[in-house]
Design a protein around this ligand. Structure first.
Ligand code: PMT
Length: 407
C-alpha cells in the first residue's frame, strides 16, 4: 500500500539527533523517498557518532546540513533556505536534549536553528531509555511542544538497546511515514464521522465449515486509512481479514453477515458518510449443524436464506445530508448492475469492479474501478493501487459535502 506517488512533489526535512535509533532514520529516509518525496537531512554532531553523514548524503542526493558555519555552503543561508517551502519536517530520532532545546526556544546548532525557522508541520519522534522518556522534564517539554503545534509520534514499547523494556523505542519507520503522509494530507473530512465496512463475511454450515468469498479487506482498509488521514473520525467494521488495524481508526471485527449488519446499523445512525466496501454474503445456511456433517451421502443439498441487505437498509434510513457510497463486484454487465444498485439502494455513488479482471477486485493490491453517481455521471479509473483509488473516492465524497480538495 506504500506506493511511489503518495508523497510525490513533497519536500521534507528529516532531522536526526544522536541516539542509537539514528540507524532507523536511514530506513525512514528510504520510505519517504520511495513515496516520491524530495528529502534533505539535517543532523546533529552527536547523531554522526551513530550514522555517518555520507550515508545520508548518498541516499538523499543532497548535502547534509550539520554545521552553521560551513565553508562548503558558501554564502547560502541554509537554515532559512531549507526551511522555506518545505511541506513537513520530521525529527527522528528526537533525543531528550533536542526535545528540551526546541521546547525552550534554544537554537544553537544547525538542526535546532533550522527547525526554529520551519513554519510547515513538524513531527517529533522521541527515542530514548524508558526512565529518561518518563522523566518529568522530558514529559513537560513534550507537552510544551504539543502546545506549540508539534505532532508527537509516540515511541513504541519493547526491549531497548540498554536492555530495559518499556516505552522509548523509536516508532516503526513505516508508522512514522504514514504520520508524515497524514501531516501533508488535506483535512477535508475533519469533523465528519465516517463508517467503512470491509472484508468478507463467513456464514457457518457446521463447526468446521463456512460459506464465504475471497475478499481480503485491502480495499476497505485502504478507504478507512485514507478517510482517517484526511481528518475523518473513522469506524471500520471488518469481516475476517488478516490485516492490522489502520492507525487512528476504531476497528470492530465481526464474522457473520448478521454481526456485520448489527455493527453497521448501530454505528450508521451517527455517521455522516458511509462507504460499504465489504463483500457481504447474500445468503446463509438455514440452521447451523451443531456437529460436523458426516460424509455419508453422495450429494448434499443445503437450504440457504437471504441475509439482511445492509446497504439497502442504510439507504432506507438515509437522513438528509448523509453520503452513502456502495461498491459492486460484477462478472458482467457492470454498468447495468451498478446503476441498478445505485438507484435501488438510494446511494450517492457506487464503485464497481469487474471480478476476475487482471490486477483488480478480490485480493489484488490494485483495482480498476468505475464510479457511477446519482446524477448520472460516470468516471473510469485506471488500474491503480487500492490506496490511490480510495483517495479518489474520498475526493468525490469531500466534494459532495462541499469541501474542496486541499482545504
Ligand atoms: O477486499 P478486497 O480483497 O480488497 O476486494 C475488494 C472488493 C472486491 C471486495 C471490493 O472492491 C468490492 O467490490 N466490494 C463489494 C463486493 C460486493 O459484495 O458487491 P455486491 O455487488 O454483492 O454488493 C453491493 C453492495 O451492497 C456492496 O456495497 C455491499 O457491501 C452491499 N451489501 C451486499 C449484500 C448485503 N447482504 N449487504 C450489503 O450491504
Amino acid at each position: 500500500m506504500w506506493t511511489e506517488t503518495l508523497l510525490s512533489g513533497k519536500r521534507i526535512v528529516l532531522g536526526v539527533s544522536g541516539g542509537i535509533a539514528a540507524y532507523k532514520s536511514v530506513e525512514l529516509l528510504r520510505l519517504l523517498q520511495k513515496a516520491g518525496a524530495d528529502v534533505r537531512v539535517a543532523m546533529t554532531k552527536n547523531a554522526q557518532a551513530f550514522v555517518g553523514r555520507l550515508t545520508f548524503e548518498a541516499i538523499s542526493g543532497h548535502p547534509v546540513f550539520d554545521a552553521m558555519f560551513d565553508d562548503a555552503a558558501g554564502h547560502e543561508i541554509r537554515h532559512i533556505n531549507w526551511a522555506k517551502g518545505i511541506n513537513v519536517a520530521v525529527i527522528a530520532p528526537a533525543t531528550a536534549s533536542i526535545i528540551g532545546k526546541l521546547a525552550n526556544g534554544i537554537a544553537d546548532d544547525a538542526l535546532t536553528t533550522l527547525l526554529t525557522a520551519v513554519t510547515a508541520p513538524r513531527l517529533i519522534c522521541p527515542a530514548m531509555n524508558t526512565d529518561m522518556y518518563e522523566n518529568r522534564s522530558v514529559q513537560r517539554n513534550l507537552d510544551i511542544l504539543a502546545g506549540d503545534g508539534f505532532i508527537l509520534v509516540e515511541p513504541d514499547e519493547g526491549e531497548l538497546a540498554c536492555k530495559t523494556t518499556g516505552p522509548g523505542r523509536l516508532a516503526d519507520p513505516q508508522k512514522i511515514a504514514w504520520r508524515v503522509l497524514g501531516a501533508v494530507s488535506p483535512k477535508d473530512l475533519s469533523g465528519k464521522r465516517v463508517l467503512v465496512s470491509a472484508g468478507p463475511t463467513r456464514e457457518p454450515i457446521d463447526p468446521v465449515r463456512y460459506v464465504s468469498n475471497p475478499s481480503s479487506g485491502k480495499m476497505g482498509f485502504a478507504v478507512a486509512r485514507a478517510a482517517a488521514l484526511r481528518g475523518g473520525d473513522v469506524v471500520l467494521v471488518s469481516g475476517p481479514a488478516a490485516l492490522p488495524d489502520p492507525e487512528d481508526v476504531k476497528v470492530l471485527r465481526v464474522v457473520t453477515a448478521a454481526e456485520m449488519a448489527k455493527a453497521v446499523l448501530d454505528e450508521g445512525d451517527a455517521a455522516d458518510i458511509v462507504i460499504k466496501t465489504a463483500a457481504v454474503s447474500d445468503y446463509r445456511p438455514v440452521g447451523v449443524s451443531s456437529h460436523k456433517i458426516k460424509k455419508e451421502k453422495d450429494t448434499l443439498v443445503m437450504e440457504m436464506e437471504k441475509t439482511t441487505d445492509i446497504l439497502a437498509e442504510l439507504g432506507r434510513r438515509k437522513k438528509p445530508g448523509r453520503i452513502l457510497v456502495g461498491f459492486a463486484a460484477e462478472t458482467r454487465e457492470i454498468e447495468k448492475y451498478a446503476r441498478d444498485k445505485l438507484k435501488r439502494k438510494n446511494l450517492d455513488m457506487i464503485a464497481a469492479n469487474i471480478v476476475g479482471a487482471k490486477d483488480s477486485g478480490f485480493n489484488a493490491d490494485t483495482n480498476a474501478i468505475q464510479l457511477f453517481f446519482a446524477d448520472g455521471r460516470k468516471e473510469d479509473l485506471p488500474v491503480i493501487d487500492k490506496f490511490s483509488a480510495a483517495n479518489i473516492i474520498i475526493d468525490h465524497v469531500a466534494a459532495m459535502i462541499g469541501r474542496k480538495n486541499g482545504t
